[in-house]
Design a protein around this ligand. Structure first.
Ligand code: SF4
Length: 86
């Protein structure tokens, strides 16, 4: 088994270790190929817009259900709102 692959362990959020989830998320983001990853300045701008959005809840977008730090890291992704914020 590859060590750097994140595998679903079929757990509920209440059963998760939030620090571990965040570490896994960061590891997953680092695995995004450079040419598919959002540039740092644009990434921070995307996250700043999420921070101001009332759809952000505990790191997740309530519209798409994604962790915004992951969604924003993929260059071709966009905010799922009808009038996208980024
Ligand atoms: S992705 Fe868009 S809708 Fe979701 S939290 Fe961020 S700004 Fe809000």
């Amino acid at each position: 088994m590859q060590e750097n692959v994140v595998r679903c362990k079929k757990c509920l959020l209440r059963e998760t270790d939030q620090e571990k989830v965040y570490e896994d998320l960061k590891r997953y983001i680092r695995q995004i190929p450079e040419d598919e990853r959002t540039g740092e300045e644009a990434y921070q701008e995307r996250l700043a817009r999420c921070k101001e959005c009332d759809q952000l809840l505990a790191g997740m977008c309530r519209i798409c259900g994604c962790y915004v730090e992951l969604r924003a890291a993929v260059r071709v992704r966009s905010c799922p709102m009808v009038h996208p914020r980024w």
